[in-house]
Design a protein around this ligand. Sequence first.
Ligand SMILES: CCCCC/C=C\C/C=C\C/C=C\C/C=C\CCCC(=O)SCCNC(=O)CCNC(=O)[C@H](O)C(C)(C)COP(=O)(O)OP(=O)(O)OC[C@H]1O[C@@H](n2cnc3c(N)ncnc32)[C@H](O)[C@@H]1OP(=O)(O)O
Length: 219
Amino acid sequence: MTVHAEPVAELPDPADYGLTVVEAEALPAELIALVDQVRALADAVAHTEADPAELAEAGAAVAALTERLGATRRMTGAMLRQRHPDGRIEYNTLTNLVSGPVNPTAPPLELTEADGGLRGEVTLNGTYQGPPGLVHGGWIAAMLDQALGAAAGVAGMPGLTANLTVDYRKPTPLNAPLTVTSRVTGTERRKVFVSAEIRHNGEITAEGTAIMVQIALPG
Ligand SMILES: CCCCC/C=C\C/C=C\C/C=C\C/C=C\CCCC(=O)SCCNC(=O)CCNC(=O)[C@H](O)C(C)(C)COP(=O)(O)OP(=O)(O)OC[C@H]1O[C@@H](n2cnc3c(N)ncnc32)[C@H](O)[C@@H]1OP(=O)(O)O
């Protein structure tokens, strides 16, 4: 494959695209803890057999909390900036569906640099269910897409997914540790070729490849 694309010398600052930037260390620990509580709440709601009176009471309590927390609201596209001790800077959308630290719908999947790419561990609860006891195929694709996009991003070539291919090799279990890995495999003009896998007990359950097209620099 011809290699033409160049990592951007310095990642574009999302503020130059008109986006709010939040420093990772500015996120209150209480917010992270609340997000975790809401994840557990979603799982409890999805599986509860509580009686109608208790459900009505819980619904009213949640509605009151929603109103209270909704009173102050960040912009939708806010970006998270992480400054690493070695000077590297990483950006992610704060409420990213797969790995946003303040999105209760996102599992706590943190991808960190390893073996020339990215690696992360995640255990998915029953709210990610497709077939009984198994992770939903659309969610598997979402996790692969994120790992693929983030691999291009940390390599200094952030872009949008133009094309995504997923192969489901084995059923991916719920409530079991999964490993997600990804890396850049090549570049051609603005195209960045990436590949990723999800493993359980060392065996690949799903793998994907994508073409990410590098975003245009502001201005
Ligand atoms: C807003 C930015 C804020 C600042 C950000 C700063 C830092 C961010 C850093 C890191 C971010 C980190 C992590 C993000 C992680 C994950 C996010 C998950 C990924 C997603 O969730 S992302 C959402 C879904 N995604 C879309 O919403 C894309 C919709 N789409 C489009 O926006 C356009 O479609 C686009 C831009 C893709 C291309 O449009 P375009 O006009 O720019 O480029 P063009 O068409 O000229 O194509 C150029 C070359 O790509 C080839 N090409 C194009 N399409 C192809 C296809 N389908 N298959 C095969 N090849 C294809 C052409 O053939 C040509 O190839 P060649 O060079 O060989 O001619």
